[in-house]
Design a protein around this ligand. Structure first.
Ligand SMILES: NC(=O)c1ccc[n+]([C@@H]2O[C@H](COP(=O)([O-])OP(=O)(O)OC[C@H]3O[C@@H](n4cnc5c(N)ncnc54)[C@H](O)[C@@H]3O)[C@@H](O)[C@H]2O)c1
Length: 384
């Protein structure tokens, strides 16, 4: 009797379509291109890149390594040779494309925030649950979960190394709207972006608060502000209908408290995501501008020896780091997208549910909606 199992049949590559070829479409394309070179993942084929303008998307497809380009996402999600749909289009398209793709039996990765509104997000989460029951995976692109230093910070916190978490401070500051003559874009119109800095970057900060602590936001008090009310549009001055900056204090189920502060008009701050967590037995601090590093303070050490130590999160034992270069050979922002796709593909192969799920994206969306509701009512505390 033979004891060995027959070798597994080689699986045909998973066909991928990315929708959107500008900022995120380019970042994701790079990740689809290199994930198999660094991580043990199922084989993929970059089948088709989708955009609105045939000539431009064809040129982008050729440069980013896609076999084909297309301008109609509906035709693309109907193709039998497309198994994964990766949505890198603006927020107003997320719900429509994601629900249609899930119903067509495609695995779906969608950029953050999950959608522009709570009803859209609920519809997406429902479609994702139904698809999951049919073995179809879905995930939201909160890529900062895949910074090795933040993934390691979560491990330290989960292992109790900072004790009971009492407070988290998360700020995300950018300055591309500090210039009041910066032009209108889809990001500054409520109907296309849903909200401003709130949905764009507070979504990342709120996801980090919940991800790092493993906790859930239960109430929120917020404030929104728009510094520049009109900006140059294609047909003259146009009203800005979203916030430039947002602030919130959040209660977590455990009793911990978090503060979130975000702005796209913080002069001099380019892409400054900073997170600090303080617990009964220690603290951690992270700064995206030094993303290979994590500060850790162990408050159980003798007081005279205490101090924040700088951990270089590039050891083979650190999350994701071992797949890249020898220790101390730094990685960057774009690697987070490769890690994200690695985790998505691994979940598809193993039949497990990838995280952050659409339900986790929906929970972030509930916090965003609570902050908006609070801001519209003089910062009253809103229960989730
Ligand atoms: N994870 C991150 O760090 C991060 C950073 C920036 C943006 N984002 C998110 O990524 C998404 C896209 O943002 P972006 O910065 O790449 O925007 P962008 O404006 O740079 O690109 C949008 C793309 O969508 C395409 N598009 C628009 N309408 C389309 C349609 N009907 N059919 C096909 N393609 C269409 C455009 O052609 C363009 O290629 C948003 O949800 C945004 O919040 C995430």
């Amino acid at each position: 009797m033979k004891s060995e199992q027959a070798p597994a049949e080689p699986q045909p590559p998973l066909g991928v379509a990315v929708i959107g070829y500008a900022f995120m479409g380019r970042a994701h394309s790079q990740a689809w291109r290199n994930v198999g070179a660094f991580f043990d993942v199922p084989a993929v084929q970059q089948r088709v890149l989708v955009g609105r303008h045939a000539g431009e998307v064809a040129e982008a497809a050729a440069r980013y390594g896609w076999a084909e380009s297309a301008t109609d996402w509906r035709q693309v999600i109907a193709r039998d040779d497309v198994h994964i749909v990766d949505i890198c289009a603006p927020g107003w398209l997320h719900a429509e494309i994601a629900v249609a793709a899930l119903e067509a039996g495609k695995h779906v990765l969608v950029e953050k925030p999950l959608a522009n509104s709570l009803p859209e997000s609920e519809r997406m989460a429902q479609a994702a649950r139904a698809a999951r029951a049919r073995g179809i995976a879905s995930m939201v692109g909160f890529n900062y979960r895949r910074v090795p230093a933040l993934a390691y910070a979560r491990q330290l916190i989960a292992a109790g190394r900072i004790g009971t978490v009492r407070e988290v401070r998360a700020s995300y500051l950018q300055d591309w709207l500090a210039d009041e003559n910066a032009p209108m874009t889809w990001r500054l119109r409520k109907e296309t972006a849903g909200s401003g800095a709130l949905g764009d970057i507070a979504s990342h900060a709120i996801d980090q608060v919940q991800y790092l602590t493993g906790d859930t936001v239960t109430e929120a008090s917020g404030r929104l502000h728009t510094f520049t009310a009109q900006r140059p549009g294609p047909d003259g001055p146009e009203d800005v209908t979203v916030d430039d900056a947002a602030w919130a204090t959040l209660s977590l189920a455990s009793g911990a408290v978090a503060s979130v502060e975000v702005s796209r008009a913080a002069t001099g701050r380019k892409n400054s995501l900073r997170i600090e967590a303080y617990g009964s037995a220690g603290a951690i601090a992270f700064d995206l501008e030094r993303l290979n590093e994590l500060e850790f303070l162990d408050a159980t050490a003798p007081a005279e020896e205490q101090g924040f130590r700088r951990i270089l999160v590039t050891e083979p034992a650190h999350p994701y780091a071992g797949a890249w270069w020898p220790q101390g050979h730094m990685i960057g922002w774009e690697h987070t997208f490769t890690h994200q796709i690695r985790d998505f593909l691994t979940a598809i192969r193993d039949g497990t549910a990838p995280s952050p799920s659409f339900d986790e994206g929906l929970q972030v969306q509930r916090v965003l909606a609570a902050i908006e509701e609070s801001a519209a009512a003089k910062s009253i505390t809103v229960q989730l």
